[in-house]
Design a protein around this ligand. Structure first.
Ligand code: MG
Length: 256
């Protein structure tokens, strides 16, 4: 069931999203060669808690048996890792890396979800293009995130834009509704057909999140049971915001 949020719920969503955006801004400043992904994780958690929020992903259960709950505040996915990378003191960022950071803040029972990919130090032109195309794919998608369209219109726009630029969308993972739960209906794939899927209505809150690989679309899971990486070893980027559907347009709640 797709929930339509009340005015009060939308105000609570906005506050959770504000904190998420603020943390992303601070993380962007902190990312540089020599910092570990565990340090970034600790920074994110401290800012979330200072603002009265809770890191919603920490302790998130795996769907697989025998895999420990997600242990951290942020997902930190480096280079060929697409999503769900576990922060570690062993992962030291170096010049030329790219890092995707994805996390959810919960405040007063409502969630705000966003992801960004950043360059560490100096990036290649190819990596810059990958990150830019992934971001722009989100904005291409939300042109259709308004009443009168369906979820498939968003999916199609994202896929078309990414593939036109010579990259691949990940098909195994998708965007989602968000609110009291981190993951609500509907699922929002990054590929699809126009005119298909649920109707979009004012009052929906959606996390739309292109996940893009420079090479082939295939992914696999690493031995930690969480990290998803490209099979061909090429780099990946991720760009996500929580948006509110209004009568006229999609309002992005997690921008700073
Ligand atoms: Mg996310």
């Amino acid at each position: 069931m797709i929930e339509i949020k009340s005015k009060r719920e939308i105000e609570l969503m906005k506050e959770a999203c504000r904190i998420t955006a603020l943390v992303h801004k601070e993380l962007e400043k902190a990312i540089k060669p020599g910092i570990t992904t565990l340090e970034l994780d600790m920074l994110a958690e401290s800012i979330i808690r200072k603002n009265g929020g809770i890191p919603a992903q920490k302790g998130y259960p795996s769907e697989e048996k025998g895999v420990k709950n997600f242990p951290a505040t942020i997902c930190a996915s480096v280079n060929d890792e697409v999503i769900h990378g576990i922060p570690s003191r062993k992962v030291v960022l170096k010049d030329g890396d790219i890092i995707s950071i994805d996390f959810v803040t919960c405040k007063d029972g409502y969630n705000g979800d966003a992801a960004r990919t950043h360059i560490v130090g100096k990036a290649s032109e190819e990596d810059k293009k990958l990150i830019e195309v992934t971001k722009q794919a989100f904005f291409e998608g939300i042109k259709f995130a308004k009443p009168g369209y369906r979820i498939g219109d968003i999916s199609f726009a994202i896929q078309q834009y990414v593939e036109k630029n010579g990259f691949s969308v990940v098909k195994e993972f998708q965007g989602h509704g968000i609110g009291r739960l981190m993951h609500e209906d509907p699922g929002i794939p990054n590929y699809g057909k126009p005119g298909k899927g649920p109707k979009i209505e004012a009052g929906m809150t959606l996390a739309i999140e292109p996940m893009v690989i420079a090479g082939k679309p295939d992914v696999w899971e690493l031995d930690d049971g969480w990290t998803i990486a490209s099979q061909d070893g090429t780099k990946a980027a991720h760009y996500e915001n929580t948006v509110l559907i209004t009568e006229k347009e999609a309002k992005v709640l997690t921008l700073y």
